[in-house]
Design a protein around this ligand. Structure first.
Ligand code: F6R
Length: 243
């Protein structure tokens, strides 16, 4: 595992976007796995700026979703499909045909999870998986004590994560769904390159546990220690509890 410390969130965004650009120049139809939440936004902004300036052509790129709320209509503004359309697909000029994601509104949730696993495999697997990290060490929505070999499945969000995400639902935790479909830890570990981005002091403990703590299901991000090509990009605040 490689740890890169950058001065701030903007620098982290530039660094990760540049890594995506290098991949896309080598493999124009790369499958990029993307997270939602606040942390990756500087990456998406930096990548879109490179597309606008002509530094990279993303017209063949494909985008894969990491997780999705269960029970929100797909066109709900806070479904992760909608969020990714606003934050990633539209700014990059990509259409729905470039997108892979589970359908969180499917009543057959188990079937939706299995279909998504099959779709990822049929697409040749994820080339570059960008992750954020929860304050409790979750990746995707694999909350603490998730199996480190888990596959895409339904999970129940912890109250902490629902509270953390209430800001996207007018601050009203009651509107935050209780369940999500998430790629499993084992699914995430199959990506060829995994990049975890963490910024801000609130992530410092989770980062230290992931990078320097024991490999343990209580901190799902620690599973990245097993990955042959994992990069952890942290700003100085998020790095503040590293030894
Ligand atoms: C969301 C996801 C989550 C977030 C994590 C951090 O798709 O995968 O693991 O990355 O909850 O969220 P932010 O970046 O908002 O602090």
């Amino acid at each position: 595992m490689e740890v890169v410390i950058v001065p701030d969130a903007k620098a982290g965004g530039e660094l990760v976007a540049e890594a995506m650009v290098r991949l896309l120049r080598r493999k124009p139809d790369a499958l990029l796995g993307v997270a939602t939440g606040s942390t990756p936004l500087p990456v998406y902004e930096a990548l879109a700026a490179r597309v606008r300036s002509g530094a990279v052509d993303v017209s063949e790129a494909r985008i894969a979703q990491l997780d999705e709320y269960v029970g929100l209509p797909v066109d709900h503004p806070e479904s992760y499909r909608s969020v990714l359309r606003r934050e990633v697909l539209d700014p990059l000029g990509l259409g729905a045909d470039a997108f892979l994601g589970p359908d969180g509104s499917d009543e057959d949730v188990v079937g939706a999870c299995a279909s998504y696993e099959k779709a990822l495999a049929a697409a040749g697997g994820v080339d570059f998986q960008l992750l954020g990290i929860g304050t409790d060490g979750h990746i995707g929505f694999n909350e603490p004590c998730s199996s480190l070999s888990s596959r895409t499945r339904i999970k129940t969000l912890t109250e902490q994560t629902r509270a953390d995400n209430a800001r996207f639902f007018d601050g009203d935790v009651e509107q935050v769904p209780h369940h999500v479909i998430t790629q499993g830890v084992g699914t995430i570990l199959e990506a060829r390159h995994v990049v975890l981005l963490a910024t801000g002091a609130s992530k410092a403990e989770a980062v230290a546990a992931s990078v320097e703590g024991p490999l343990a299901a209580v901190c799902p991000a620690s599973a990245l220690q097993l990955h042959p090509h994992a990069t952890v990009v942290v700003d100085e605040a998020a790095a503040s509890k590293l030894a």
